[in-house]
Design a protein around this ligand. Structure first.
Ligand SMILES: O=C(O)[C@H]1O[C@H](OP(=O)(O)OP(=O)(O)OC[C@H]2O[C@@H](n3ccc(=O)[nH]c3=O)[C@H](O)[C@@H]2O)[C@H](O)[C@@H](O)[C@@H]1O
Length: 443
């Protein structure tokens, strides 16, 4: 204790006196008295001081570099855990670079999907930078998605394998690349599958969409967003053709309900955070590299196999019809929506003014009965279909769809030019080449 005395007296706090001289205050005298009475307390206090001094002496001089190193170690362990390419950030930066200064940097979600692949290729072809994101889930043959990814690889579009619900990945991606636009096409598609797996619709179309909007809203420079809604939001409406002004509060399927929810959620993010958002209501999009869960696709497969196909009809033999829209026409509408999108007004989550909010129908304006679709396929495949006409099951389907596209025509210059027979011809040609030569299963 006598050895500690000089040190402890030195550690006593000192305050200036009114004369300007320093003298121990009452508290320090009291502390010293306590320490003298508690040798253990004094010993541990001394040891703590030594530890603190040692910590400061031996810590690295550049704290920022150390933090960066820690961060990059954290990033690389994340990269390994999520099975991302070790240099995914570099690849994403390169892929997002447009050919010219005026080009866009676009994040395409669902890039290995049907419309996503076509949109990504078109953007890349005209000189925009594109990064794709896709979770390659097994809703339908992931082999087809991988084949689409190979197309994108060859075109120089880098696709990251991740889910839009991965908020960490999205944050890192938006820190790595400044996207001018996001084309959001990732979704759980299909009307009837919602009866089997309802939660997958909530996961992708509601939670996933919110996760993406959060990342966009938090970005320092917020991108403009264009995303795929659906003709199914018109639900049980009987007034045709469907106009954007019509009511959309009577969805017939959970799929439609989640797309409608997406439209409302989009409005909220536009209103609160100033995100520029355009929703596109797609009408039964078909074409090469299409989705095997859609009727035109599996009818083709089943007709070729000689398997029976079911053709639905409404009550009293009412015709079931769709405004089938060829994928190239839809892609033109998507690009026009990106081109006319105004900038978001927010910054890092704070709104600076009202932002653009739009919704457009992208249909063909020419509904075709499903029976006619089958007749065209029979002609193109040169095979008679084994048909069974059935009452439409109560599984979310609606009787018909028909788009009024005047708004998209006026504001986007959208003009679909492909009739169903011309479009199906291109689809059948692709189908026979893809499955004929590769002997792949179409499902
Ligand atoms: O436009 C849309 O909003 C929707 O279009 C399609 O949904 P759907 O029009 O039901 O397309 P298909 O599943 O290919 O069905 C096309 C038509 O064939 C009929 N169909 C389907 C299956 C079947 O076995 N038989 C049959 O007659 C359906 O009732 C429907 O009228 C897509 O699957 C949805 O993802 C998309 O959002």
């Amino acid at each position: 204790m006598t050895q500690l005395k000089p040190i402890l007296s030195h550690l006593d706090p000192i305050i200036p006196s009114s004369t300007g001289k320093f003298k121990p205050d009452k508290f320090s005298a009291y502390s010293f008295h306590r320490l003298r009475c508690h040798p253990r307390l004094a010993f541990w206090s001394f040891l703590s001081v030594i530890f603190i001094l040692l910590f400061f002496c031996f810590s690295p001089p550049d704290g920022g570099a150390a933090a960066a190193k820690r961060r990059s170690l954290h990033t690389s362990s994340y990269t390994r855990r999520m099975h991302l390419d070790s240099n995914w950030e570099l690849k994403a930066r390169n892929s997002a670079r447009p050919r010219s200064k005026t080009g866009f940097s676009v994040l395409v979600t669902g890039a290995a999907g049907f419309v996503g692949t076509h949109v990504s290729l078109s953007l890349k072809r005209r000189g925009d930078g594109v990064v794709g994101l896709d979770n390659f889930n097994s809703y339908y043959d992931p082999g087809l998605k991988k084949a689409r990814k190979s197309l994108l690889d060859r075109a120089g579009v880098y696709v990251i394998e991740a889910d839009i619900n991965d908020a960490v990945l999205l944050r890192k991606l938006f820190e790595t690349v400044h996207f001018t636009h996001v084309m959001h096409l990732a979704a759980q598609a299909g009307v009837r599958y919602a009866m089997q797996n309802p939660n997958s619709y909530i996961h992708s179309n509601v939670n996933g969409f919110v996760s993406l909007l959060e990342a966009c809203k938090n970005a320092t420079l917020q991108p403009s967003i264009v995303w795929a809604s659906s003709s199914s939001v018109y639900g049980l409406n009987s007034k045709v053709p469907f106009s954007e002004k019509d009511r959309t509060d009577r969805p017939a399927s959970l799929y439609a309900a989640t797309k409608k929810a997406g439209e409302e959620i989009a409005h909220t993010y536009n209103h609160i955070y100033g995100l520029s958002i355009t929703g596109l209501r797609f009408f039964t999009v078909y074409g090469p590299w299409g989705r095997p869960d859609m009727a035109y696709f599996f009818f083709t497969k089943d007709i070729l196999k000689g398997k029976e196909i079911k053709i639905f009809e409404g009550a009293d033999h009412a015709t079931v019809a769709r405004d089938f829209t060829y994928v190239d026409d839809v892609v033109k509408g998507c690009l026009a929506a990106l081109d006319t999108a105004k900038k978001s007004t927010g910054n890092g989550g704070k709104k600076k003014g009202a932002a653009q909010f739009r919704i457009y129908n992208l249909g063909n304006t020419n509904p075709v009965p499903v029976a006619d679709l089958v007749a065209i396929l029979e002609k193109l495949l040169k095979v008679k279909a084994k048909k069974k006409v059935l009452a439409m099951p109560r599984n979310g389907d609606v009787l018909f769809t028909h788009a009024n596209i005047s708004l998209a025509r006026k504001e986007l210059g959208y003009r679909p030019t492909t009739d169903l027979e011309t479009g199906l011809k291109k689809f059948v040609k692709w189908y026979l080449r893809y499955y004929g030569s590769k002997k792949k299963s179409a499902w």
